[in-house]
Design a protein around this ligand. Structure first.
Ligand SMILES: [Zn+2]
Length: 283
């Protein structure tokens, strides 16, 4: 080795050593796909905004979120059931308050991205209602993160009385569940954190995702149903526990203001119109 070469090399080696000794960038979220997972039509929006919008028709969006993390794929929410795609007039609930549509099956949307259901190593839903658990049965191979109270409502001794769509969970009976009692850092690096937000259902949860370019985004599930509801602290009267719902909403507003997170309201169709949809993605 010539003296000149060694002189040039030593600073470089020192630099490399310095890089190696500083903590390397933690494994994190690489990108997020927003997938349209159906629509829910109502003739009376006031069910979701008590005292307001009486008799006003409304179309709610419904979204699934696919996260590419260095450690694997995670799916948040699974939308309306894919089988509804065969029903051009949708499926109206027995009470006649909502009609659910699925234009493009989630399985097809995933396939377009080259992702098979079995590739989803991590799966969580905001809660178990049919417009979020519609395709849960596609993911029996996933590790599923659910609040213990929600698990009890779906799989417990009194599940039949819970009002949850139990058929949506039939294939998950032997699946690996991680039962939570509060918040949970999914990958252990702070990039995807489940936030316990009970009230809409016993074990409702939100998801805080740290995107590499956009920064933090809070996925609300059904904490609120419209941006208007977020701004005006409105929750539906039919929630499992209304005061608890309002407490969860206040906590998430506090979190959003402390972290500067963008708040993405799952069912707000107008808001999501401005967010790129799969196969495009956000970073
Ligand atoms: Zn919903």
């Amino acid at each position: 080795m010539t003296r000149l070469f060694r002189a040039a090399l030593l600073p470089l080696l020192a630099l490399l050593a310095a890089c190696a000794s500083t903590p390397s960038t933690p494994p994190a979220v690489e990108r997020l796909y927003v997938i349209s997972c159906g629509e829910n039509h109502t003739q009376d929006l006031s069910r979701w905004t008590p005292g307001e919008n009486v008799g006003k028709a409304h179309v709610f969006g419904d979204h699934c979120y696919l996260i590419k993390h260095a450690k694997g794929w995670m799916l948040w929410d699974s939308g309306n059931a894919d089988r509804l795609a065969a029903l051009p007039n949708g499926l109206t609930n027995p009470a006649g308050t909502i009609t659910a549509y699925m234009k493009k099956p989630l399985a097809d949307s995933l396939k377009e991205l080259g992702v098979a259901p079995a590739d989803i190593a991590y799966f969580a839903m905001s809660h178990s209602h049919g417009d979020h658990s519609g395709n849960a049965n596609l993911f029996p191979a996933s590790t599923i993160y659910m609040q213990e109270s929600e698990y009890e409502a779906v799989f417990g001794a009194n599940a039949e009385k819970s009002g949850m769509p139990l058929a949506n969970f039939e294939k998950l009976k032997g699946a690996k569940f991680v039962k939570l009692r509060g918040d949970h850092d999914v990958f252990g690096d702070g990039s995807v954190v489940i936030k316990s937000t009970p009230g809409h259902t016993p074990g409702h949860q939100c998801l805080l995702v740290l995107l590499p370019r956009r920064g933090p985004v809070l996925l609300t599930g059904d904490l609120v149903h419209l941006q208007y509801s977020w701004q005006n602290n409105i929750v539906p009267g039919f929630n499992y526990d209304v005061p608890q719902s309002k407490g969860s909403l206040a906590a998430m507003k506090d979190l959003a203001s402390k972290t500067g997170a963008q708040v993405w309201v799952n069912h707000d169709k107008e808001q999501h119109a401005a967010i790129p949809k799969a196969p495009a993605f956000v970073e």
